[in-house]
Design a protein around this ligand. Structure first.
Ligand code: ADP
Ligand code: MG
Length: 263
């Protein structure tokens, strides 16, 4: 399908707003070990369409592992994970298709170092979504403009600041039109002055209705953007509530202790 760049309206960032109460991501009784280490213990979590879930907790509590199980970068020992109602496929084409629905942004930006910014964003849509090159480039330029780095399109990743690279990583994930975005400490590796430029993009994405699961220590962001906070410690979800409930009235000693150290 060819489209006319000049007349073309911006495609919605968030596909399908048909059923607002539909669970997009469900984890039920998820268990995971690394050898003898029990890292996920009876994890039960439901994220509905358009919801912004912020996951907090001390280092080593299993936050990254939980995120990685959601697009099957890690397998689980038992339990069920469903994306948009479908259980996670084990392998093959179905798994690739599912991964395309779950965008992921990591602490380290993981851009392809030997490709331009534009190529970084067009690669997967062309390869996985079989988009034609022109269409993929138009989409990429739209997304790069939204995250404020369209003027950098022809540069190599190493020529950009960390904050700019992370915004490209977000555009690259969005180019696959994911149903849900996972962010695993996306600002932890950034110099302090670049943290807000990335958080602002995330806040905007949340405002547009993207379903998001964000692991972060940025409590200002959590207050502003989260619908719900999940507190993890030692592989378990210990608390779940609104930002006000969690920050103003934490129930467990673990959460009180955690908050006293970071606030
Ligand atoms: P968090 O993101 O909350 O800091 P992680 O999910 O990264 O926690 O880690 C949870 C626990 O699992 C930690 O004890 C960590 O050392 C361990 N772990 C994480 N990944 C692996 C792995 N690939 N092999 C063995 N242990 C791991
Ligand atoms: Mg982690």
């Amino acid at each position: 399908m060819k489209n006319n760049a000049a007349a073309r309206p911006l495609a919605p960032l968030v596909p399908g707003q048909d059923d607002p109460n539909k669970p997009l991501v469900e984890l039920a009784h998820v268990e995971k070990h690394f050898g003898d280490l029990h890292v996920l213990k009876d994890i039960n979590l439901t994220v509905t369409k358009g919801e912004v879930l912020v996951v907090v907790g001390p280092s080593g509590s299993g936050k990254s592992t939980m995120c990685r199980t959601i697009n099957r970068l890690e397998t689980i020992d038992s339990g069920v994970i469903r994306i948009d109602g479908k259980p996670l496929p084990q392998e093959g084409k179905e798994l690739a298709a599912l991964r395309a629905e779950v965008g992921m942004v990591f602490q380290s930006f993981n851009l392809f170092a030997n490709k331009t910014i534009l190529e970084n964003v067009t690669l997967a849509p062309i390869k996985v979504r079989h988009m034609d090159k022109k269409e993929a480039e138009d989409l990429a330029m739209d997304l790069l403009a939204r995250v404020g780095v369209d003027s950098q399109a022809s540069k190599m990743p190493s020529q950009l600041s960390g904050g700019q690279q992370q915004r490209v990583a977000i555009a690259r994930a969005l180019a696959m039109r994911p149903k849900v975005m996972l962010f695993d400490e996306p600002t932890s590796a950034l110099d302090p002055e670049m943290v807000n430029e990335v958080l602002d993009v995330m806040v905007e994405l949340a405002r547009e209705g993207m379903t998001m699961i964000c692991v972060t220590h940025e409590m200002g962001f959590a207050r502003k953007a989260a619908n719900r906070i999940v507190f993890m410690a030692d592989g378990r979800i210990l608390e779940e509530g609104t930002p006000d409930e969690f920050f103003d009235n934490p129930k467990t000693d673990r959460a009180k202790d955690f908050l006293s150290k970071i606030l």
